[in-house]
Write a protein that binds this ligand. Structure first.
Ligand code: NAD
Ligand code: USQ
Length: 408
């Protein structure tokens, strides 16, 4: 094997929920390579949504069986796999937990696209049912099993909303002072108030309350990672064999902004900036995502401790600046399209992320990674692109227009 085989001192049994997805697959390989015993649970709903949308990953992802065989051949390590719907099949989920007895469960298994969650009443209801039942079933099953399992959940920066009036968004909690009826001033710490911008982001806000409750009532140990927009495609492990390649979404529903811009520029499609491009968002490279999960697993909260919240992001950028940067690297043209979303046209974003930095995260920055991403992935697989899937057609309200460049 080409990569350094890093065995951790304290080996753990880790169940990865959603381990076939964009973040879950490279995380499963990374943790397996560290020497942990990894078991994936995934109902392959993301692949079925590709069928529904008639869209495909730009990169040629392999069926789960081929992925797992390839990993075993490359690494001599086995990853287990169960295909169940954790939002629906509670008894099966509990049985797996009782059988596998994991030390850690990493929870990626939710419908994660904001535009998909806003497509129609059917998609709104699916996202709420899937995400809230998935999270609740996991928490309920952890308590039901009686094991002391550390739950690491992938949350989102979007729960905070993006307007911070110049203040740095703290890691989950806000210190406030209230005045009592007798005029005394008392300090308190509360969950940072949520302000979700889509049905999807709203489910993540609700997840926070489920975590708070199960932590308070049953002492479940929980780490909630408020992650920014992930960019990039491959990690050291997924690069080891073409059959291990990670997915790269570029369609109008699942493609996230920076990867979409890179792909669009590589095929000569105008770079689709929504509205004025004044929106500022938080970003993280996929290689840092997997490293952050490792750090979260290695630094669990204690049994009586409140839910631990990390802001899992490394840089903030305005969409306009990203478009300009991609255009400079590739020569691509920037198009300002109608914004199909209901979001502030401009915002500032300042985020506290000291927890991960203090635990040793050394971020991959846009300056180092962008050019490589364009050449290694976007250009290499551009023959697989279907231009008709690029426009963002899901609108937040019936009155809004899709984000289609003029003339296309
Ligand atoms: P993804 O859609 O690629 O992966 C999610 C996986 O979960 C899929 O393989 C899907 O089949 C599975 N899944 C969904 N519902 C399930 C269910 N009920 N039972 C079993 N399996 C189920 O998404 P991703 O980009 O890997 O995101 C993973 C997590 O990280 C999500 O919870 C998302 O909210 C969070 N996140 C992602 C990003 C990003 O930019 N991709 C950023 C911040 C946070
Ligand atoms: N945008 C464009 N042009 C495009 C696509 C998007 O200008 O072609 C803009 C959007 O209007 C938005 C911003 O870019 O202002 C980000 O959009 P996105 O699709 O990249 O990200 P988002 O919908 O916020 O969701 C993604 C993931 C989600 C995760 C979230 C992290 O899909 O799972 O939770 O990023 S965060 O944004 O920090 O909440």
């Amino acid at each position: 094997m080409d990569v350094e085989n890093k065995q951790v001192k304290s080996y753990k049994k880790i169940v990865v929920l959603g381990g076939d997805g964009f973040c879950g697959w490279p995380t499963s390989l990374y943790l397996s390579n560290l020497g942990h015993d990894v078991v994936i649970i995934d109902n392959l709903s993301r692949r079925n949504i590709d069928n529904e949308l008639e869209a495909e990953s730009l990169t040629p992802i392999q069926p789960m069986g081929i992925r797992l065989t390839a990993w075993e051949e490359v690494s001599e390590k086995k990853i287990g796999f169960y295909n169940i719907d954790i939002a629906v099949e509670y008894d099966e989920l509990l049985q797996i937990i009782n059988k596998e007895q994991p030390n850690v469960i990493v929870h990626f298994a939710e419908q994660r696209s904001a535009p998909y969650s806003m497509k129609s009443p059917k998609h709104k209801r699916y996202t709420v049912n899937n995400n809230l039942n998935a999270t609740h079933n996991v928490l309920c099953a952890i308590v039901d099993s009686g094991f002391d399992i550390h739950l690491v959940h992938l949350g989102t920066m979007g729960v905070y909303g993006y307007g911070t009036a110049g203040m740095k968004i703290p890691e989950g909690y806000l210190d406030i002072e209230v005045q009592t009826e007798t005029g005394e001033r008392v300090e308190q710490q509360i969950l940072y108030p949520t302000n979700p911008g889509s049905i999807y982001h709203m489910t993540k806000s609700q997840d926070q309350l489920l975590f708070h409750y199960y932590n308070k009532n049953d002492n479940v140990r929980i780490t909630d990672l408020h992650q920014g927009i992930v960019w990039g495609t491959n990690t050291r492990e997924t690069k080891l064999d073409e059959r291990l390649i990670n997915r790269f979404d570029y369609d109008g529903d699942y493609g996230t902004v920076l990867n979409r811009f890179l792909m669009q520029a590589s095929i000569g499609y105008p770079i689709t900036v929504h509205g004025t491009g004044g929106q500022t968002r938080a970003f993280i490279h996929i290689q840092d995502t997997v490293r952050c999960i490792q750090l979260a697993i290695e630094n669990p909260p204690h049994r009586e401790e409140k839910v631990m919240i990390f802001n899992q992001m490394t840089e903030t950028h305005q969409i306009n600046d990203l478009a300009r940067l991609v255009s400079e690297i590739t020569g691509g043209e920037v198009a300002y399209v109608s914004n199909p979303r209901k979001e502030a046209a401009e915002n500032d974003l300042h985020v506290e992320n000291n927890l991960f930095l203090s635990k040793g995260l050394e971020p991959v920055t846009l300056d180092e990674g962008l050019f490589q991403e364009v050449t290694d992935v976007a250009k290499k697989y551009k023959h697989r692109a279907d231009e008709s899937k690029i426009p963002a057609k899901s609108t937040w309200t019936k009155e809004q227009q899709p984000g289609i460049p003029r003339g296309l």
